[in-house]
Design a protein around this ligand. Structure first.
Ligand code: NAD
Length: 497
């Protein structure tokens, strides 16, 4: 008998380096996504009923399993993104740090706490508690396919939720392995984390599936589309989008350290880092010396798929055209290439490009390049640097290099970015207690830290009446004279100061 069951649709993932097929994954549609959400809902009830300490222990077991399977996980990340094996291993390490922090701190951050009740409610004991939302949908990007979505899903699980995860269609294997390791490490809660695979349509199905919050990481354009879908059902939405991060270099900065950090921040992962360095503003006195050091370091990097390569191919083939447009556009508008240029593009690889004198309105300064290109422009002083850094429509990360940490922190405080490092780049990314997120085109809401746990909870406020109130105001039986006395008292108290 012929089998008439239609074959499930699949999509293939290809190596960004060679184009060779790596694996096939199912295209999950609305039905599969709904089933995953329903299964997650059942698993979440059991999970939420556990004491916080038990959830912590389970998550730490998962962390231990991820650490044990570090090589396998890093292998899939490296294969799917094309990044060097060492970078992929570091991505797993960073993820473990975050998962450990979320697991260990969720109980403390989210537990019930009492608050002062105030003069007119002295008879009440007031408290609040952060409760899980239910099922959280997570839509992830491809550039850090483990670390980035874990900023949402690890914290959401720690806060007592279940998660349905839709990884990027370029890196589904990372998501599939992540959920498989969870099920193996915590079999009694299998189904708490489910990975669904597919392109935009799968993400769209997740946004329509009735999840209790959707945490999105990706480009601002897609964020708008997904947010519109979520708006129809008032599904809460969190957006972690792109960046155009600036670095400010003052006259007394350690130029060797600044150049070293700028080159790494701009070029590691082939520049495909949301909070990577894209713009540098150096005060004029040190601009030339800084450029010299940046060019020397960037020029010495090896690019390719060899074991000692500093970075690999562009993961998203279409991004190469964006990089080319930004570089040629900047040069046509009067910029100078200090290293590389349009000829640096040798698809799928792009060698480092260092530009200077780029007009502030060039695409290379206003749009996210997401490639191994860094602009080092001169400014008259720190005020101009701050003004230019803040003029971007993005506001994600930033860095300041300054002779004194204290003076650097004062400059950092004037920046609009959601996270700033002084005398390092991306220093905040390795500190799980620090919230991460941006404003404007970089999105809104926070992952990581206490805010990142609270982002996946809903507050319930409670009052418990301890004794009959001295002045009862919430009753029709209150005598008029009592009400007047209360108003007189309030007026007296609030007029004093
Ligand atoms: P993208 O916007 O193309 O895709 C992101 C995800 O959304 C993918 O999983 C994709 O399948 C899904 N998607 C696409 N259309 C959808 C739709 N209509 N409905 C639902 N889901 C849909 O972004 P990308 O190219 O994967 O990632 C790169 C971007 O992510 C860059 O802008 C980068 O700066 C940003 N990023 C931000 C952070 C952060 O934490 N702020 C971290 C990493 C990457």
């Amino acid at each position: 008998m012929t089998d008439t069951t239609p074959a499930a649709a699949v999509f293939a993932v290809h190596s960004p380096a060679t184009g060779a097929p790596i694996a096939e994954h199912p295209v999950d549609g609305p039905e599969e996504v709904s089933r995953a959400v329903a299964r997650a809902r059942t698993a979440q009830e059991k999970w939420a009923a556990l004491p916080a300490a038990r959830r912590r222990d389970h998550l730490l077991r998962w962390k231990k399993a991820l650490a044990t399977d570090l090589d396998a996980m890093a292998g899939v990340i490296a294969e799917e993104t094309g990044k060097p094996a060492g970078d992929a291993a570091l991505e797993v390490v960073l993820t473990l740090e975050h998962l450990a922090w979320a697991a260990r701190n969720a109980g403390r951050v989210l537990r019930r706490r009492t608050v002062g009740a105030g003069l007119f409610a002295v008879h009440q004991r007031a408290s609040l508690v952060h409760r899980p939302l239910g099922v959280v949908g997570v839509i992830g990007p491809w550039n850090y396919p483990l670390y980035t979505p874990m900023g949402s899903l690890g914290y959401a699980l720690a806060a007592g939720n279940a998660v349905v995860f839709k990884p990027s269609e370029l890196t589904p294997g990372t998501g599939v392995l992540l959920a498989r390791i969870f099920d193996r490490a915590v079999p009694e809660h299998a189904g708490l984390l489910t990975t669904v695979t597919g392109p935009a349509s799968t993400g769209d199905a997740l946004a329509r599936s009735g999840v209790d919050k959707l945490a999105f990481t990706g480009s601002p354009g897609t964020a708008r589309t997904v947010m519109e879908t979520c708006a129809r059902t008032l599904t809460p939405f969190l957006a972690e989008c792109g960046g155009k991060d600036a670095v400010i270099v003052t006259a007394d900065a350690d130029l060797e350290a600044a150049a070293d950090a700028i080159v790494w921040g701009a070029l590691s992962n082939a520049g495909q880092t949301c909070a990577g360095v894209e713009r540098v503003y150096a005060v004029r006195e040190v601009h030339a010396a800084l450029c010299e050091r940046v060019v020397e370091r960037a020029g010495a990097l090896r690019v390719g798929d060899a074991a000692d390569s500093a970075y690999g191919p562009m993961t998203l083939p279409a991004q190469v055209a964006v990089v080319e447009r930004h570089v040629t556009g900047a040069l046509a508008e009067g910029a100078r290439a200090l290293l590389g240029g349009p000829g640096s593009v040798n698809t799928p690889y792009v060698s480092p490009v260092v530009l200077t004198d780029v007009p502030e309105d060039a695409a290379a300064m206003t749009e996210e390049t997401f490639g191994p290109v860094v602009v080092v422009n001169a400014v008259a002083d720190v005020d101009e640097a701050v003004e230019r850094a803040n003029a971007s429509r993005y506001a994600l990360g930033a860095a300041v290099f300054c002779g004194s940490g204290r003076a650097g922190a004062a400059i950092a405080a004037r920046l609009r970015a959601g996270a700033v490092s002084v005398n390092s780049v991306l220093g905040f990314a390795a500190v799980p207690a620090l919230p991460f997120g941006g404003a404007r085109e970089s999105g809104f809401g926070r992952i990581h830290g206490e805010e990142g746990l609270r982002a996946f909870s809903s507050v319930q406020s409670m009052t418990v009446q301890r004794f009959a109130p001295p002045i009862a105001l919430t009753s029709f039986a209150v005598p008029e004279a009592t009400r007047e006395r209360a108003v007189r008292l309030a007026r007296f108290l609030h007029r004093r100061r």
